[in-house]
Structure formats: structure tokens, C-alpha cells
Design a protein around this ligand. Sequence first.
Ligand SMILES: CC/C=C\C/C=C\C/C=C\C/C=C\C/C=C\C/C=C\CCC(=O)SCCNC(=O)CCNC(=O)[C@H](O)C(C)(C)COP(=O)(O)OP(=O)(O)OC[C@H]1O[C@@H](n2cnc3c(N)ncnc32)[C@H](O)[C@@H]1OP(=O)(O)O
Ligand SMILES: CCCCCCCCCCCCCCCCCC(=O)OC[C@@H](O)COP(=O)(O)O
Length: 375
Amino acid sequence: MGLGECLKSQVLCQVLISYVFLASGLLINLLQLCTLPVWWLNKSLARRINCRLGYCISSQSVAILDWWSGTECTLYTDPKMYPLYGNENGIVVLNHQFEIDFMCGWSFCDRFGVLGSAKVLVKKELAYVPVIGWMWYFLEIVFCKRKWEEDRITVSQSLQKLRDYPENFWFLLFCEGTRFTAKKHQISMEVAEKKGLPKLKHHLLPRTKGFWVTIQNLRGTVAAVYDSTLNFRNNESPSLSGILSGKKYHADLYVRRIPLESIPEGEAECAAWLHKLYQEKDGFQEQYIQTGRYPGPIVSAPRRLGPLINWLCWSALVLFPLGAFLVSLLSSGSTLTILASLAFCYGASLLFRWMIGQTEISRSSGYGNKVNSSS
Ligand SMILES: CC/C=C\C/C=C\C/C=C\C/C=C\C/C=C\C/C=C\CCC(=O)SCCNC(=O)CCNC(=O)[C@H](O)C(C)(C)COP(=O)(O)OP(=O)(O)OC[C@H]1O[C@@H](n2cnc3c(N)ncnc32)[C@H](O)[C@@H]1OP(=O)(O)O
Ligand SMILES: CCCCCCCCCCCCCCCCCC(=O)OC[C@@H](O)COP(=O)(O)O
């Protein structure tokens, strides 16, 4: 192990990274709250400001992935489509089986200049996660309860609001609705069998309603669906804890651009189209496992310096007061203040640990564990 790797694996480094993320994130959440009056005066300006503030948070996770852990993200796609990425609105359909897939997604958003405005259909539970969940509220992220009777109205309403969004955005949909586990796979293949659909080897059966409602509401606003398949080399199962301790992974993403006009309008036809798409995705996944490659050529989409600079600036901003506080704490010699500070640090580390837990598949929800869909 080299000096760099040894340093990155030290607990102190991870404590400092967590501190920077939490302290700067909460400060940015507060700034987002301050933009509320701007919404009434100039909605477009408020949205643009929130895109920048959101970037300040999500790009920290990109910095950790791209620059701290040095994880490489390779893009396979049609080079003729490349100039369109980031210059139009897109719906991204992604497989959902890795703990850090959201970080890789954000990294690609950054590479194409749409990180601040990135959107996702996300489970409501994540709205309560400090920093990221609270940031999402101001970015007009679409939340769902994974209960169609309730979601059909709220999801449509939230999607309608995106129709006049002032910046290009990508809207991410994990149509499988939950992360892949062997048990969820087995149950969903029983559902596939009952529906007379071909079995999938590497995906859960997609939930079609969210996709249909998204297409229906964003038609005319979004130009294309970006069918995306993510995998990691050497059969690795990457984790956020691994990234934080500086472990390098290699992600491969295959993207096909499908014009929105080619997707059928009716609900049943749209659902059938999505099932067919997942059968194709299963084929790409199988090819990747067999050959270590996807069908398309590799195009260069290098990591950018922006996230690193942003991260260093926020680190300087919040580490300096921490240093000053520690010096004054030690020189005060007050046992009570020292104990109170230690208790506060312990609480903050528990909070960060809980946040990391949200990304762990072993703590995944029970959604999809039985045929009738309840979280
Ligand atoms: C160039 C580069 C390109 C790309 C770069 C890549 C990415 C970058 C892009 C953007 C990044 C942005 C942000 C990333 C940041 C963070 C994201 C982090 C993670 C959060 C993600 C989540 O929270 S995932 C969970 C929430 N999302 C979803 O659930 C979406 C999918 N779900 C749906 O669409 C659902 O339909 C629903 C949620 C709208 C409603 O849920 P409900 O459960 O009520 O679903 P259904 O009504 O569909 O379910 C009933 C039907 O399903 C059948 N059924 C029953 N049991 C099962 C089963 N076990 N498996 C499968 N199917 C089942 C049942 O028979 C019903 O069938 P019908 O025929 O009646 O439909
Ligand atoms: C500078 C330091 C940066 C470190 C980055 C730290 C981020 C730590 C906090 C992460 C908080 C959670 C944010 C989003 C997590 C996305 C998790 C996810 O993928 O959700 C799963 C759902 O899709 C489906 O849920 P399940 O039904 O599988 O259950």
C-alpha cells in the first residue's frame, strides 16, 4: 500500500471528510432556505440559484468519487449522439444494483454540465435525509411513496412543474423501483411469469407506471430517453465506505439515445415498450459479463476539475473555524465544554453513519419482497 492509499484509509481523514460534507451541506441547506422569498419575486432566478447551491453539495460526492478514490467512469455510446448530451433534456433509465450508482450518475451529470439541475424520481423516505434530502426539496426533485394510488396525482403534478424549468436537466428513473437482491429478483420473476413476460436474468421486472406518467407529462419538454446500463469491472460490489477510504473502482456505462417520439403514447403500449427495453438491457448486461464490454464504442468524457475546486473551497471554509474552535477549546481547559464537544462529534458521526447506511443494499427496504407492492 502506497503512502497515498495509507493516508486515505485513515479514520481521521474520513472524519474530516464527513465533517466538511455535513457542515458545508447544512450551511448550503440554510442558504437554500434563504432563497424562498426569491421564489415569489423571480421563480426562474430562484431555480437557477438553487441549481448552483445544489451543485455545491452533489459535486462534493463527485469529488470524492472522481478525485479522492480515483474511480474511473468509462462511457460507451454512439459518438454521433455525444454532442446532444447535456444540451437537451433527457430521461435516464438506469439499472439499480449498486450502492454507488447515484454517485456515478452524478459524475456523468457533471461531465455534461447538468449536475446542478439533475432530477430523479426518488422514494419519499430520502426526503428526510439531512443535506441531500433537504437539498432535493429545493431542486424540485420528484418524490414518490411507491403507492400508485397516491403517486399518480402527486408525481404528475411535480412533473408538470418541470415543464418550464430554466436549465437543461436529466430526469433519472430506476424503473425496477428498488435495488436488486436475489429474493426480490425471484419474486419479480414470479410476477413476470404470471404476466406471460420473458424472464430477466440481471434485472427486476420494471414497474411501468412511473415511466409512463413521466413520458406523458414530459412529452414536448424532454427530447429523448437515455437507456443506461452500469456495471463495475472485476465483478466488484462498490460501496460508499470503500470510496471514502480511497478505494478505486472502474465503472462502465453504456448509453443509448432513444428519441421520445419513438415511444408509444398509450399506457399499455408504453408498458410493453419498457418491458422490451429491459429485455434488451438484460442482453447488454449478459454481454458485459461474458466479454467485459458493451456493444458500442468508448467515447472520452473526462472527469472535471470543478468538483475538486468546489470541495477544496468548502473544506477551507469549514475547516478553518473548526481548527480555531479546537485551539480555543483546548486552551480553555474546561472539562464540561470538552465533554460537550465530544458528545456533539459523536452525535454527528452517528448521523453520518446513518446516512451512509441509506446507501447500503443490506439495509434495503422490503419493497418488492412480496408480490403486492408495499414499502
Ligand atoms: C450520458 C450519460 C447518461 C446517463 C447518466 C446516468 C445517470 C445520471 C442521471 C441523473 C442523476 C440524478 C440523480 C441521482 C441521485 C440520486 C438518486 C438516488 C436514488 C434514489 C432512487 C430511488 O429512490 S428508487 C425508488 C423510487 N423510484 C421508483 O420506484 C421508480 C419506479 N417505480 C414506479 O415507476 C412505480 O410504478 C411507482 C413508484 C410510480 C408506483 O409504485 P407502485 O408500487 O404502486 O407500483 P406499481 O403500481 O407499478 O406496482 C404494481 C404493479 O407491479 C406489479 N408487481 C407487483 N409486485 C411486483 C414485484 N415484486 N416486482 C415487479 N412487479 C410487481 C403488479 O402486478 C402491478 O402491475 P401492473 O401491471 O398493474 O402495473
Ligand atoms: C464529501 C463527502 C461526500 C460523501 C457523500 C456522502 C453522501 C452520504 C449521504 C448519502 C445519503 C443518501 C443519498 C441518496 C442515496 C441513494 C440511495 C439509494 O440508492 O436509494 C435506494 C432507492 O433507490 C431504493 O431503495 P430500496 O428499496 O432499495 O431500499
